[in-house]
Design a protein around this ligand. Structure first.
Ligand SMILES: [Zn+2]
Ligand SMILES: [Zn+2]
Length: 310
């Protein structure tokens, strides 16, 4: 299995000279299984460039797995151009809305309302199929098994584990804020909250355990998080902790803060190299960056990593 980042930015697109290296598009990851099935994790603005990279005049079958329906994860959906052409087959997967109980087909019908978009749903000429997913219930796509895992966020957010037929595996959190115990140790509610956290961690380990590539929401530093608790996002330090808890083999930080410049991202990365165990390769998700799930990006990157740690 291979994967490539087409959008790595959180919340809002951020084009411009300060973000040109890591990229300004919002979340979108192309996954190619060993059988070359096309899986797409989230449909942020990065999906537009992904669509343009597909060969012309070849029918497209795409499986778009939405972690959740916040704007930055679906904004590119009406601009996924194969959706307008006869002969293409687009499958869209996601959780039911937690308030209305409606399925993921709602995402498109809301986006294509007359006030927001010039083209209506009836003009999508591809064969579009919607699939409602349940937490923990695996599905098969081609030779791959996909397991959704609900992770803490203000709306239902499904992280996805992909186990491919070649034995490689990947997990993407989508937007995820790890739950922390907000009670002090002498508070009567501390123990119950702690037990709940441990149970959640066990469920997380069961799904994510020993994954080859772990891609996490790392919006904030620990310091920034102090002012952004309950906003629904994780930290670099939390990403490393999740990788260690689940024995992930490689870790990718994504959902970069929209205000973060390339040089600031790299300064954080340097600091994280010093805080991460040497046997856990870490990477900043970069638009255009392609990877093989079960291998480090390239030997050069690993050597570079070792030298920086020496
Ligand atoms: Zn987001
Ligand atoms: Zn979100």
């Amino acid at each position: 299995m291979k994967f490539k980042f087409w959008g790595v930015r959180g919340s809002i697109p951020t084009p411009g000279p300060q973000t040109v290296k890591y990229g300004g598009n919002t979340t979108c990851i192309e996954v190619r299984t060993a059988r070359n099935d096309l899986l797409i994790l989230d449909a942020g603005t990065g999906i537009f460039a992904l669509a343009q990279s597909l060969p012309e005049r070849v029918p497209v079958t795409a499986h778009i797995l939405l972690t959740h329906t916040h704007w930055d994860h679906i904004q590119g959906l009406p601009f996924f151009l194969p959706i307008f052409d006869v002969g293409n087959c687009i499958h869209i997967y996601g959780a039911d809305d937690d308030i209305s109980g409606l399925g993921i087909e709602r995402a498109i019908s809301v986006q294509l309302q007359h006030s927001y978009f010039p083209i209506n749903e009836a003009q999508l000429r591809a064969d579009v199929h919607y699939h409602r997913l349940q937490n923990g219930e695996s599905i098969e796509i081609g030779g791959a098994r996909i397991t959704p895992l609900a992770l803490n966020h203000p709306v239902v957010n499904l992280g996805y584990r992909i186990d491919d037929s070649d034995g490689s595996s990947l997990f993407f959190t989508g937007d995820y804020e790890p739950v922390v115990n907000r009670f002090s140790r002498d508070d009567s509610e501390f123990a119950a909250a702690q037990a709940g956290i441990l149970q959640t961690q066990q469920e997380i380990v069961k799904v994510i355990g020993h994954v080859d590539s772990l891609i996490v929401d790392a919006s904030y530093t620990d310091l920034e998080y102090q002012h952004k608790a309950n906003w629904g996002h994780g930290t670099y330090e939390g990403g490393v902790a999740l990788a260690q808890l689940t024995h992930a083999k490689k870790l990718y930080f994504t959902h970069h803060e929209p205000g973060r410049r390339d040089d600031e991202l790299e300064a954080i990365y340097q600091r994280m190299l010093g805080l991460t165990p040497p046997d856990l390769p870490i990477f900043l998700a970069q638009e255009g960056g392609g990877y093989i799930a079960a291998e480090a990006r390239e030997q050069d990157a690993l050597r570079d990593l070792a030298q920086r740690r020496a």
